[in-house]
Write a protein that binds this ligand. Structure first.
Ligand code: 6PG
Length: 267
């Protein structure tokens, strides 16, 4: 099935973070309105940090406008480190967002990076099954999956030429990443692709080349795992700054907020 890529190009990284915060809050509101709960999976790394601080900022609309009381927060992936470690995605999110918004601890579903990777992945799979009340081989449908992309084309912790790329029966899997000599825990491709809304948040000139390769280059997901993200919904969004988008076709549509919008069809 073809996938429609819509890329939203903001002039600056600050504008992208604002757009991402708006997406997070809007999708949460829509999910709660439709189903009484919003289940969102977020990525880590460095890019989302500013977006999280905007969501938490009492001077912005989102802190008060986001339905935190009906939001279940999950991670797309985590490094296999304790939650106090500088590398921890949870730590970054806690400092930028969780310590500042009324999201109850019971609704914050942390990947336990301090545990053995296989045990942590199995426990997280159970946590998702219980929270979504899944039965049998059912897989979860997140309302929003927020992804980043590394300059090697990875997303989540689906790194080039690693075992997790081919994992399709589990919801969560441990993944050994030889190129980083480390273990990660990650949602698997089918779970990410089942998201109602799947959006990449990518900034900076360093990502421009690999982004063009992912979107315009030959299909080679072992080498560029972000190409695995072909949501069942038939659509995926990319929230970009001008630097990251600099090697994509010039978007033709400009909206009032000076965001330009381009589309691509992935066969
Ligand atoms: C992680 C992320 C990972 C991240 C990319 C981009 O745990 O590192 O989930 O997939 O999104 O590596 O990271 P930056 O935002 O730091 O460029």
């Amino acid at each position: 099935m073809p996938t429609t890529v819509t890329y939203f190009v903001s002039p600056t990284s600050e504008a992208v973070a604002q757009a991402a915060a708006a997406l997070f809050s809007t999708e949460a509101i829509a999910a709660v309105k439709a189903r009484g709960v919003a289940r969102i999976a977020i990525s880590g790394g460095s890019t989302p940090k500013r977006m999280f601080s905007i969501l938490a900022d009492p001077n912005e609309a989102y802190a008060a406008g986001t339905p935190w009381e009906n939001l279940e927060l999950f991670w797309v992936d985590e490094r296999c480190v304790p939650p106090t470690d500088a590398e921890s995605n949870y730590k970054m999110t806690k400092e930028a967002l969780l310590d500042h918004v009324p999201l109850s601890a019971a609704r914050i579903h942390r990947m336990e990076g301090e545990l053995d990777p296989h045990e942590a992945a199995a426990r997280y799979e159970s946590e998702i099954r219980n929270t979504f009340r899944l039965e049998g081989a059912e897989t979860p449908t997140f309302d929003l999956v927020l992804l980043g992309m590394g300059d090697d084309g990875h997303t989540a912790s689906l790194f080039p030429h690693t075992d997790a790329l081919n994992e399709t029966s589990l919801i969560v899997t441990p993944n050994h990443v030889p190129q980083k000599d480390t273990w990660r825990i990650t949602l698997t491709k089918p779970v990410i692709n089942q998201g109602r809304e799947v959006a990449f948040l990518i900034e900076g000139a360093a990502k421009a080349e690999i982004l063009a390769k992912v979107l315009l280059g030959p299909y080679d997901p072992e080498t560029t795992p972000s190409q695995l993200i072909r949501p069942a919904s038939g659509k995926v969004s990319f929230l970009l700054d001008a630097a990251a988008a600099s090697k994509l076709p010039e978007p033709k549509v400009a909206d009032p907020s000076s965001v330009t919008i381009g589309t691509l069809e992935l066969s």
